[in-house]
Write a protein that binds this ligand. Sequence first.
Ligand SMILES: [Zn+2]
Length: 500
Amino acid sequence: MAIEWAVFASYGQFVAPTDLVAFFESPHVVFQAAGEGGDRFGSLAVFVLSTGAAWLLPHEVQPLRWWRAVLASLVLIATVAAGASWWRASPSLGHSQPAFACALAGLMRQATVRANGGGRIAVPSVPMPTDGAPSAPLPNIVLVLGESLVASHLSLYGYDRPTTPRLQALADRGELVTFVDAAVMGPHTRTSLPYIMTGLSGPDPGGRVLLAPTVTQYAKARGYHTAFISAQEESWGDLDSLLREGTDTFRTGIEFAPHVDVLKGADDLVVLEEGVLPAIRSLAEPFFLVVHMDGSHMPYRQHSPPSHKVFAEDGVNSIGAYDNTIRVTDEFVARLFDALRARDPEAWLFFTSDHGQPLGEGGAFFNHGYQTNVVKDPLLAFPPPSGNRAMWTALAGAQVSACDLTPTILHLMQTAPLPEAPTDCVDWLAGPPGPRHRVVSAYTPTYVTEPTMLLLLPDGRRAVYDLSRNTVTLDDGAVRPMSEHPLPPELAAKLVITNR
Ligand SMILES: [Zn+2]
């Protein structure tokens, strides 16, 4: 009762089976998040009441017969085994023995998926033209991956508080394009980032994302100098194995702050000063730099220094504390932009968040579910003066997804996805995307493989699918059988796991 109450207070829904998987994956992180996010007095009150209710149970002790002991042991072993087979924990974050054992099981599962498909597809290097035809120089490109950023809380997106004054000034000067109808890939870092980096989209129960080349691999094969610099600890759930692919330089939060964890990485502005800006000044050209921020992760209060606390904070995870974190992102991206333009006026910069936060939408907080604040992506492009800015401005209202960044960046790099590894997403430079189906899904092997997804329909309506119950919830809030509103055939086909 106490746990259900605490979860409902934070997430607006009761515990689901996948929450138990998340708990087994890293109990430390879940307890820490509950401590930061929960209402401690309320939780204590419910705990006392529910413990008190235990007195209602029969007081007669029953002898533990051998067959009961065997049955209980079997149930315990089966529970741990079931948890382990879903597991993607990192031994560096959960030091307990079971966490380590289950991390091994998770890695074995990942290896099995890779073995069936022959490993992540290698990208052959692209030879430079030898026929004497002068090709356009390859542009320098920076991709910034934000964290837990909610579009509706950016003044750039019409929020009434001045949360993004520096980005607004760049927008006023025509330096950036604000995509007003962009979608994230998944509701968590681990269901989103791998899909942005591979240009794939869910649902993906079979793990195509574990085989597809990343945008960094393509850049490397094209002759780019590649770097990944992060404020986060990336090893949770083996995320670093994907992000590291194709990089010449790979730096994570641990290099900038010794005690980073899943909830709080290194300070973004420290990483900017000590990692990102020096890289922008020194990388050999052409370069492709991916930057992963710690951004607006909960606990919000810890994600802005005193110098950036311009709005009153009424609690660790209050709206004021959240809005202050956006001031950090605002400064981070604007200063990165200035340094990039100083190095190379013709460089490209892109910014996307991984997912948002409900911030009270539907009574929920923290990322769990498909609320508009979670799935609407504050997606920004900073085309250089020679980059056909009129075309980019015309794109601003198009239906786009964060995973479109990979095919679009590949186009800028004058390369394309391999025929054997097609992307699901759209190259904006091949023409503005028309009305389309877009998917936001947690049904991916990179986290707890929760069988849910949101389908954004071409006409703007939303359909949330529960693929374990075969139900769909449309905008009217009514739950219907999936047979009344089936998935488009190309998405239904993705649910069939083929054993290659
Ligand atoms: Zn995230």
